[in-house]
Design a protein around this ligand. Structure first.
Ligand SMILES: Cc1ncc(COP(=O)(O)O)c(C=O)c1O
Length: 432
């Protein structure tokens, strides 16, 4: 690695007009992160610290840290910047049409750093009522200790969005496709109201919109195209895809890059280079293929469940019965323009919680292709009950106002044959 000259992955920087699918395999045509003109894939880097050839350059490295991701960085120490994570960040920014991406140790590392990089005591976060359990506890249990308040609203309600007029509100936070109930945030309407509210505010007082796009992934939705300020994603899920890595990232414009990297440096939630390498080399290049296949299976399974007499309701953005089916068709699109309703299903059985428990326990003990486990978006099909597992940080008395039905079951479809998954679910349903 030479830190003296500008480096690139090929002799001359190439420009690309290639499709999103192809860009996910080849990444950015030229990178400042590493000179690997002989490698087909970037090597794994494993040095925590970097050789510097003068004190002046060392000092310059600290001074220029985080300033502008497109300028050749002076590498100093892994917790600041590191070649594998930088290359991953370039690919993520490319997929999201943003200036930069900043990686983190996990999705929660990305969410907490995104909020903490911009929020101050006295600010309020206006957040959608349905959130991943740990995001809810971050907003509700931790941030108020530092004077950062919250109000939970229905972000799709124009009436609730009037709270954007509250001068304390500085962040609007929501999931583009909510975990666990697969509700869509109406980005065109929400962003139009945010722009109206921001017109009345001073430049340093603007409301920033931070969205979690984990369920949709950049293959299904690119929220920065709608004007949101920061897109956060857990890389642990579909993007990494194999259930072997944890990671998170914030995709955003240059103006937020420095604050995010400083937050990462000082809070320390860095993505380890080996994890970044796996996601860069295995996860991203296979995302389009995995997502396409998993969502085709999700559609078949959703249709099977919808017709089953023991099933009370099925929520899947690809079904006509989804309450926001038209919005889903508009917003959930691959970079190639195809409908991308996703790889997640929520469903509930007729009857009470005991039925739900009996079914899930039967699947856990007997199914071959469906596993009772948290997490999602990986090559194996996973089932869980959010009200008692991933979303249990939300107190049970608050779950219904958060849109969570205790007996709802979440299914994350993997790459197994759809008929095998359906057979396992059918066997469980036969027992209740
Ligand atoms: C929608 C959503 N956002 C964020 C996270 C947190 O990601 P991580 O587990 O990588 O911290 C999760 C985890 O399940 C999630 O489902």
């Amino acid at each position: 690695m030479s830190q003296k000259k500008s480096v690139s992955s090929s002799k001359a920087p190439r420009k690309t007009t290639a499709s999103g699918r192809t860009q996910m395999i080849h990444g950015k045509p030229a990178t400042h992160a590493w000179e690997f003109s002989r490698h087909l894939v970037p090597p794994i880097t494993a040095a925590t610290t970097f050789r510097l050839d003068s004190l002046e350059r060392g000092a310059q490295g600290f001074l220029s840290f985080g300033a502008d991701d497109t300028v050749e960085p002076i590498l100093i120490y892994d917790r600041l910047d590191e070649p594998n994570t930088m290359m991953l960040e370039e690919s993520l920014a490319l997929m999201h049409n943003t200036d930069v991406a900043v990686s983190f140790a996990s999705g929660m590392g990305a969410i907490s750093s995104a909020i903490l990089s911009v929020a101050k005591a006295g600010h309020k976060v206006l957040a959608h009522r349905t959130l991943y359990g740990c995001t809810y506890s971050l907003l509700n249990d931790w941030l108020p200790r530092f004077g950062i308040e919250n109000t939970f609203i229905d972000v799709n309600s124009a009436e609730h969005r009037q709270l954007l007029e509250d001068p304390k509100v500085r962040i609007l936070y929501f999931e583009t496709v909510t975990n666990p109930i697969l509700e869509l945030a109406d980005l065109p309407k929400i962003m139009s109201d945010v722009r109206k509210a921001n017109k009345k505010r001073k430049a340093d007082d603007q409301i920033l919109v931070i969205v979690d796009n984990t369920f949709a992934t950049p293959w299904g939705l690119r929220p920065a195209d709608y004007g949101v300020d920061m897109v956060v994603e857990s890389l642990t899920k579909n993007i990494s895809g194999f259930g072997t890595e944890m990671g998170g990232a914030v995709m955003t414009s240059k103006k937020f890059c420095k604050a995010l990297k400083l937050a990462r440096k000082d809070f320390g939630a860095i993505l380890n280079p080996r994890g970044a390498w796996q996601i860069l080399v295995h996860g991203i290049p296979t995302l389009a293929v995995r997502y396409g296949q998993q969502q085709a299976t999700a559609m078949k399974v959703a249709k099977f469940l919808e017709k089953h007499p023991k099933v009370e309701r099925v929520i899947y953005p690809g079904l006509q019965s989804h309450p926001q089916a038209a919005l889903a068709k508009k917003m959930l699109r691959t970079p190639e323009g195809d409908f991308a309703p996703g790889t997640m299903i929520s469903f509930a059985l007729k009857g009470d919680m005991r039925k739900c428990q009996k079914f899930v326990d039967h699947v856990a003990k007997n199914a071959y292709s469906v596993t009772l486990a948290v997490s999602l978006g990986v090559v194996k099909t996973l089932i869980e009950v959010p009200g008692f597992m991933t979303h249990s940080a939300i107190p049970s008395e608050k779950q219904s106002s958060s849109g969570i039905d205790a007996k709802a079951i979440r299914l994350s479809l993997g790459l197994e044959g759809a008929d095998d998954i359906i057979a396992d679910l059918a066997a469980g349903l036969a027992k209740v």
